[in-house]
Design a binder for this molecule. Structure first.
Ligand SMILES: C[S@@+](CC[C@H](N)C(=O)[O-])C[C@H]1O[C@@H](n2cnc3c(N)ncnc32)[C@H](O)[C@@H]1O
Length: 279
C-alpha cells in the first residue's frame, strides 16, 4: 500500500448524493471519481438488456433508483464547489449520457478534456453492437498536471460478472486516482455502490469519503474497505483534518506559486503545464 501511515482512513454516509455534497465544505476534496445510475439505464432495463440486482446479502431491491439527467446541473455545481482548485473529476457514463453530461459539466465551470474509454474486454449485453466499452469523462477545475503523461486514454480491465450491479473494476479507478492525486489526499464518490472507488483509493494510499442512497451499498462498501485494511472515521470533517495535518497535507503539497500567493496565475492557459497537447 502506498501513502503515509494512517492514510487508509475512510468515512461513509447514506444520503441523496446532492444533499450529501451540500453538507460538505467548499474546496475540501482533492478528486471526484463517480458513477451515477444514469437515466439511459432505464431504456436498457425496459428492453431487458441489463443485469438486475439479485436478492442477496448486498442488495434487497430489484434495481437501484436512477439519477435523472435533469439533476446533472445541481450535481455538477456541488462537485465543482467541493473540489479544491486545480483538481480533476472523472465521471463514468455510457456514450448516450456523455452528450448530456459534457455541457452540464462545462456549465458548472469545469474544463472538459476528453472521454477516456474503459475497455471491458468481454462483450456485454444488448441487441446490436453489444457494449464492450464505457466512457469516463475527464473534467478539470483550474489546472492540474497528470502524474504520468504516458498513460493511454483506453484503460483495459475485464468487466465484473456476478458482482454489484454496474460494479466497476477497482483497477480502472486506481489508474485515475494515481494520475490525479498524490498519496494521502482525499478522494470522494457520492454514488459509491459497492465501493470500488474506495478500494482503489485505500489501496493507493489515499483517503476516501463515499456516499450512497442505499443501505446495502453502504454496508457492502464498509465490509470491503475494512477488509482492504481501512479504518472508518466518524465524520467527514475528521477525514479532512487528518488529510490536512498529515505529512502530505495541504501545506506540504503546495506548489511554489501557491506558497507565494500566485496560484491565480495557474488558471491562465499559457502558464499551465500539461495543456491540451500534453494530455
Ligand atoms: C452504478 S451504481 C455505482 C456502482 C459503483 N461504481 C461500483 O463499482 O460498485 C450507482 C449507485 O448510485 C446509488 N444511487 C442512486 N440514486 C442515488 C442518489 N440520488 N444519491 C446517491 N446514490 C444514489 C445506487 O444505490 C447505486 O448504488
Amino acid at each position: 500500500m502506498d501513502g503515509p501511515a494512517g492514510s487508509q482512513k475512510f468515512h461513509l454516509a447514506q444520503h441523496d448524493a446532492v444533499a450529501w455534497l451540500r453538507a460538505l465544505p467548499s474546496e475540501s476534496v482533492d478528486l471526484v471519481v463517480t458513477d451515477p445510475p444514469y437515466e439511459s439505464l432505464e431504456k436498457h432495463r425496459a428492453i431487458g438488456t441489463t443485469t438486475r440486482l439479485k436478492h442477496s446479502k448486498s442488495s434487497s431491491n430489484d434495481w437501484f433508483a436512477i439519477f435523472p439527467n435533469a439533476r446533472f446541473p445541481e450535481l455538477f455545481a456541488e462537485l465543482h464547489r467541493v473540489l479544491r482548485r486545480n483538481t480533476h473529476f472523472y465521471l463514468f457514463c455510457d456514450p448516450e449520457t456523455m452528450f448530456v453530461a459534457k455541457p452540464a459539466g462545462e456549465q458548472a465551470g469545469f474544463k472538459f478534456w476528453k472521454p477516456l474509454i474503459w475497455n471491458k474486454v468481454r462483450i456485454g449485453m444488448g441487441y446490436h453492437y453489444r457494449a464492450r466499452y464505457e466512457c469516463i469523462l475527464f473534467f478539470e477545475k483550474g489546472k492540474r498536471k497528470l502524474n504520468d503523461l504516458g498513460i493511454a486514454d483506453i484503460i483495459e480491465a475485464p468487466r465484473i460478472s456476478g458482482g454489484y450491479p454496474a460494479e466497476k473494476p477497482a483497477k480502472v479507478s486506481e489508474v485515475l486516482i494515481r494520475q490525479s492525486t498524490e498519496p494521502g489526499l482525499l478522494v470522494i464518490d457520492p454514488f459509491m455502490g459497492s465501493g470500488s472507488v474506495g478500494v482503489a483509493a485505500l489501496t493507493s494510499g489515499r483517503r476516501f469519503a463515499g456516499n450512497d442512497l442505499c443501505k446495502e451499498a453502504v454496508d457492502a462498501t464498509r465490509a470491503r474497505l475494512c477488509e482492504a485494511g481501512g479504518s472508518e472515521v466518524g465524520s467527514f470533517a475528521a477525514l479532512v483534518e487528518e488529510a490536512e495535518a498529515g505529512e502530505h497535507g495541504r501545506a506540504g503539497r503546495m506548489r511554489p506559486s501557491e506558497q507565494l500567493g500566485l496560484s491565480g496565475l495557474e488558471d491562465r492557459p499559457d502558464t499551465a503545464e500539461g495543456a491540451s497537447g500534453a494530455r
